[in-house]
Design a protein around this ligand. Structure first.
Ligand code: UDP
Length: 308
């Protein structure tokens, strides 16, 4: 059995990954519980192969492990902008500490990077060779530049110390274990519709996103860890929807009295986003299998259960 460290393991993606990997491995779940939630991992705590450590990756840690998945960082714009310096430190100091750990124990390390490294993209769809269009000093910079710097740390540890690295550029993902107050578009619209509150569209709703269901993403992350690919790879679902269309689809699935309201578009909000997943299809033999229709049904069922 391998010993796998999952940082951010109590969060949305991390907790889904813990649940999957615990089947065949010893899992050490580490989280500072800033946006992660113990309820996400509660069912795993009884498993003798599961261990939870409350820790912030900004500070070094020494545990003997075979693999590291770094999912530690708030990923919703609302949450990562609340304490932008903490976000920047989590990305940069965090990956430095984890790369030192990987180097010490000769462990593989997977970094959860993001489509945000492409910023407000000037090419469409975005492939891995695109360098991006990122504001250095804007409200999203702490996350975008933090994640970009983390990728550089990863590739330079690979070059200088031969650390075995994997970089997943994750596009918009949704599903079970998202927080009710996550703030991102799918969870906001579902929670608003279920509680008959206004559906808040920022701008005119013509901006686009492409949504991947969590189970597909988890498959992609595990395949990437098992591959020999050390260059960045996009993981996401290439079906693209405008935000207005997203609201309409969600409202058609929920009996609701909610009405759409239009709010101000946040600064530097990317106008369009869609992954080019040619590389993942060819090199990982991976592509999403779950349609938005099916993924939304599962996610709505999840939120119906947790909403008070
Ligand atoms: N958005 C929106 N209403 C909301 C939440 C988000 O219109 O209640 C828009 C947001 O402005 C962006 C898109 O939905 O254009 C996706 O936002 P999200 O916060 O999910 O993540 P992003 O892809 O921007 O990181």
């Amino acid at each position: 059995m391998k010993t796998i460290l999952i940082t951010g393991g109590a969060g949305f993606i991390g907790s889904n990954l813990c649940k999957r990997l615990i089947k065949d491995n010893i899992v050490i779940c580490l989280d500072n519980l800033s946006t992660g939630d113990m309820t996400n991992i509660m069912p795993l705590l009884e498993n003798p192969n599961f261990k939870f450590i409350e820790h912030d990756i900004i500070n070094p840690i020494d545990i003997e492990i075979d693999e590291i998945y770094n999912l530690a960082c708030p990923a919703s714009p609302v949450h990562y902008q609340k304490d932008s310096l903490q976000t920047l430190k989590t990305c940069v100091f965090g990956i430095y500490n984890l790369l030192e750990l990987a180097k010490k124990y000769n462990a593989k390390i997977l970094q959860s990077s993001t489509s945000e490294v492409y910023g407000n993209p000037l090419i469409h769809p975005q492939n891995e060779d695109y360098f991006g269009n990122v504001n250095i000093n804007g409200p999203r910079s702490c996350y975008d530049e933090g994640k970009r710097c983390a990728e550089t740390f990863m590739s330079d540890y690979h070059k200088q110390y031969d650390v075995n690295i994997k970089i997943a550029r994750i596009f918009n993902t949704y599903g079970k274990n998202m927080r009710q107050d996550d703030g991102r578009v799918i969870s906001n619209f579902i929670v608003q519709a279920l509680s008959n509150k206004e559906i808040t569209i920022y701008g005119d709703g013509s901006q686009t996103r492409s949504y991947c269901y969590i189970d597909d993403l988890i498959d992609g992350l595990i395949k990437l860890m098992e591959s020999n690919i050390s260059t960045p790879i996009n993981l996401g679902n290439p079906f693209e929807y405008s935000i207005l269309k997203t609201a309409e689809i969600i409202m058609s699935k929920i009996e609701t009295k909610s009405q759409i309201v239009f709010k101000k578009l946040p600064q530097d909000d990317p106008i369009k986003r869609k992954p080019d997943i040619t590389k993942a299809k060819k090199e990982l033999i991976w592509e999403p299998k779950i349609s938005l229709n099916e993924g939304l049904d599962k996610t709505i069922a999840y939120f119906k259960e947790i909403i008070q």
